[in-house]
Each structure stands twice: as C-alpha cells, then as structure tokens.
Design a protein around this ligand. Structure first.
Ligand SMILES: [Zn+2]
Length: 303
C-alpha cells in the first residue's frame, strides 16, 4: 500500500509566452526525468513541499491529468452495501457518494465489486447486473487498484462468494522487517540520485536576476542552512547545487538534513543559519522569527 506522489516542474511555451509550471503527480505513470523534484509518502507532504517551492512566486500547482486515486484515502473509506446489483451499478452516478476505488457488496446476489473511475466492476464469478473487466484488476493501471482488490476479496470471503480467478492472485505474505528496509533503500536511492545531479561548490554562487527569478544565492559546500517555509524551519548542511536541466528554471541547492535524508531545495526558501545547536534539529514547532522576510519583501506569515 504505497502511494507514489511526485512533484515536478516543467517549462512550457505558449504563443511566445514562456514559463514554468509545477505539477503534482499522484500514482501516475508519467515519465519524469531531469525535472524530478521529489517523491513523497503522503499527499499532505507533497502539497506542503509544493507550496514551499511556489511560495512567493504567485504561482500555484496543478495536479497532472493522469493522476490516479490516493490509495491511503481510498482504503480508509467504508465498504458499501447495496440491496441489488442494479442499484450498485448506478451508484457512481446517482448521488450515492460512491467514488473511484470503493468496494461494493451485494450480499443478496453474492456479488462483490470495485469502482474503477466511474465503472462498477464485479470481481466475483457471479456478476448480476455489473460489468466485468477482461484484464486482472490487480495489474490494471500498474497495480493502482491491487489493494482495493485485496479488500474486495476479503469481503467476498465474508459472504462466501467466489472471486473470479482473473483477479484472485495469491497474496504474498510480507515480513514486518521488510518495511523499514524498503524505506532505508528508498532514502538511499533518493540520495544517490541527488548526488549524481549535484556539482559541488567551493564557495557561494550568486546568479543574476532573470526575467523569471530574482537574484539567487547558492551556498558553498558545508554551509549550515535553514529552510524556512510555511512557519516551519528545518536545518541542514549544503552539498552542492543541481541544475534543473531546463531553460529558465533555476537550479536547486542540495541539502543534507540534520534529522537524516536529503533534498534538492528551491533557493528562495533557504537561508544561512548559525552554528548547529540541538534546537536547530527539525524544528516544526512555533517559529516566531518575525524579522525574517521573504524575497518579495513581505513579512512571513506569523506562526
Ligand atoms: Zn502524472
């Protein structure tokens, strides 16, 4: 059960107007190459990071058109019961509040279904008035619905309904020890991909103001920095800068965080920090430094 939420910035050109747009990609297969900003565990995290990236730019983020359901949210929703498959089939249209990724049960007919988009798809051999999917719902759209199918299979068992063999793939038991290992591996992969992209900086670099961006400062390697955005602070140490690889898109500063992990950070929200103290480490409590102003000169929102 893992959502893949990515944030990427893309340059665009429309009738001679050039600019940059930032997109949230939720469980989609969009190829994102050199513009990759980061991968996030939850939509909240991704939205926060995206808002930080855009703070002061006057721009807002968009969600890519191929984005899929957010599994973490879908799997929290209750299983829905219907009296018959006719009613269940219409439930995505008739205001019953049935949504993409929901699991539907019709006990009287021995049918269990999942919702894909607005289609109510039976996963049991008995289908009543519902549609079938001619491919495995588990592997459909790169496995986006696999966990939803798992839920549906559990419901089918409860009402002793037979699951269509097409969708009934045996569940591989995972040991608990795999989870932290996977997270550590993911962090290592992310760090390696950042390290591949950065060039180290012996000293601070200041880029001139452009049509798109103000003057930007990139700190020399080993500089203690603080990222201030949305009333939170996070401290770390710089280890170079990475070009965006796109025309008119500013480069990012590579930062290793005090609490672990690393990110490519938009230079607008990074500031030189004092020497490390225990209080510097991942402060997300009330930050009241009202003297800190953003590059646009307006006061930061008090926290
Ligand atoms: Zn996408």
């Amino acid at each position: 059960m893992k959502d893949v939420i990515r944030v990427a910035t893309r340059a665009y050109s429309h009738r001679g107007v050039r600019g940059v747009r930032t997109y949230l990609h939720i469980n989609c297969g969009c190829p994102i190459g050199p513009t990759l900003q980061g991968t996030y565990g939850t939509t909240d995290e991704a939205r926060r990071a995206t808002n930080e990236l855009l703070e002061g730019t006057g721009d807002y983020y968009r969600v890519c058109s191929k984005s899929g359901l957010v599994k973490a949210q879908v799997l929290d929703r209750p299983v829905l019961h219907f009296d018959d498959t006719m009613t269940a089939a219409a439930s995505t249209f008739n205001g019953a509040g049935v949504r993409d990724g929901d699991v539907l049960v019709v006990t009287s007919e021995g049918v269990v279904a999942i919702v894909i988009g607005t289609a109510v798809i039976a996963i049991t051999t008995t289908r009543g008035s519902l549609t079938a999917l001619d491919t495995s719902a588990r592997s459909f759209r790169n496995g986006l619905y696999a966990e939803v199918v798992d839920r549906a299979v559990v419901e089918a068992r409860k009402i002793s309904a037979t699951v269509d063999p097409l969708h009934a793939t045996p569940v591989v038991e995972k040991s608990d020890a795999q989870e932290p290992a996977a997270a550590a591996e993911e962090a290592a992969v992310k760090l390696a991909s950042i390290e591949r992209r950065v060039r180290s900086l012996a000293a601070d670099v200041v880029t001139p103001r452009t049509m798109f961006d103000p003057e930007l400062t990139y700190y020399g390697d080993g500089t203690r920095v603080v990222r201030r955005a949305r009333g939170t602070e996070r401290c770390g140490t710089t280890f170079g800068m990475a070009a965006s690889g796109l025309p008119n898109v500013y480069a990012f500063q590579a930062v290793r965080w005090d609490g672990g992990g690393a990110d490519l950070v938009a230079p607008h929200i990074l500031h030189r920090a004092g020497p490390a103290t225990p209080a510097d480490v991942v402060r997300t409590d009330g930050v009241t430094d009202s003297a800190c102003r953003s590059r646009t000169g307006r006061c930061r929102r008090p926290s």
